[in-house]
Write a protein that binds this ligand. Structure first.
Ligand code: NAD
Ligand code: LMR
Length: 327
């Protein structure tokens, strides 16, 4: 039996991630084959004509679960009654840039979108931020949603997690699913910390299976930290298909039960001593209905501890850069 429809908002619907995302959402791949969807797509005026073309293609797929599609340039209209918002719409970086170089251009849009979410959306909704720098854009959004619990905001680090799993599985010739408890700590940036201490391969500590600490501490971590830049260098554009895929993975994780996952979440009350007003990526355990706990008991060796401090410092600097946008 079909559930009642969920209103899912996607911003940046005419962009390259959206082109890899909207069709998979509409097919039921993200929320399940029993979940009808009202898709609400927010764009800026100059991209509306391109969005009309994407809309024609959605129509031409005749998706049974897609009950309605709303195209709008009004944030209040887009978020009205929303159950889930996936905030993709933002400028991507080009070659030679860091993601935080996008702060001035992108963060301000999350002020007005946050205000519209707070005013118009279902108070039990979830907000998932992809547009970069996604941790700090998520922090800005959360600060403008005083009526929505902080635990309902997420920033995407699942793509980094998937990249890490692939690198490890290739190194030790196992299946990606044999790599478990993978965590990205901190910022979705080149200071992020893929965990090389608590991750397991076939249930055993990663270091005991890889048996190559130098590879883990250098080549592995740097490959993951710089993978986004490597894709941009090779493609001339930032990751899109893998980003859309990671969005699907993340949303499924958020609505699952008893599933380990990783994402940027509000650091308030975290058990690892991280500054309490950041969107920081932690190990998470899903608790059903979109709820989660930050997993306790992950241990740090001095190598991990030092790098986690660095990524925390970078997030504090990014927060300082948007201090005028926070409230
Ligand atoms: P893109 O340029 O192809 O598309 C962005 C779309 O957003 C455009 O259609 C644009 O018109 C729209 N847009 C811009 N500002 C908007 C606003 N204020 N409201 C609504 N729509 C708006 O970019 P893309 O490749 O789809 O990437 C989108 C963002 O996602 C970038 O910031 C990119 O860096 C980021 N990203 C994040 C991750 C991650 O892992 N967190 C991965 C990949 C990309
Ligand atoms: C990625 O990790 O691929 C995205 O954040 C895009 C980028 O700028 O690297």
């Amino acid at each position: 039996m079909l559930k009642s429809p969920m209103k899912v908002v996607i911003t940046g619907g005419a962009g390259q991630i959206a082109y890899n995302l909207l069709f998979r959402i509409a097919s039921g791949e993200m929320l399940g084959l029993d979940q009808p969807i009202i898709m609400s797509i927010l764009e800026i005026p100059s991209s509306m004509e391109a969005l009309e073309g994407v809309h024609m293609e959605l129509q031409d797929c005749a998706y049974p679960l897609l009950k309605e599609v709303i195209l709008t340039t009004s944030a209040e209209e887009a978020f009205d009654g929303a159950d889930l918002a996936i905030l993709v719409g933002a400028k991507p970086r080009g070659p030679g840039m860091e993601r935080k170089d996008l702060i001035t251009e992108n963060a301000k849009h999350f002020v007005s979108q946050g205000a519209a979410i707070n005013k118009m959306a279902n108070k039990n909704m979830r907000v998932f931020v992809v547009g970069n720098p996604c941790n700090t854009n998520c922090l800005v959004t959360m600060h403008h949603c005083p009526d929505i619990d902080n635990s309902q905001f997420f920033a995407m680090t699942q793509l980094d997690c998937n990249r890490s799993k692939y690198q490890i599985a290739t190194k030790v010739s196992c299946h990606v699913d044999d790599v478990t408890d993978m965590v990205i700590w901190g910022n979705h940036s080149s200071t992020q910390v893929p965990d090389i201490f608590n991750t397991k391969v076939n249930g055993k500590p990663i270091r005991s299976v890889v048996k190559d600490d130098s590879w883990l501490e250098n080549e592995f971590i740097q490959t993951v930290q710089k993978r986004g830049a490597a894709v941009i260098k090779a493609r001339g554009k930032s990751s899109a298909a893998s980003a859309a895929n990671a969005i699907l993975d993340s949303i499924r994780n958020i609505y699952s039960t008893d599933q380990h996952f990783t994402a940027g979440v509000c650091s308030k009350g975290n058990p690892y001593g991280v500054d309490e007003d950041l969107i920081f990526s932690f190990p998470l355990m899903s608790k059903g209905d979109g709820k989660y706990e930050i997993r306790k008991g992950f241990e740090f060796d001095p190598f991990l501890e030092e790098r986690i401090k660095l990524t925390e410092k970078e997030l504090i600097e990014e927060r300082d850069m948007v201090a005028h946008l926070l409230k």
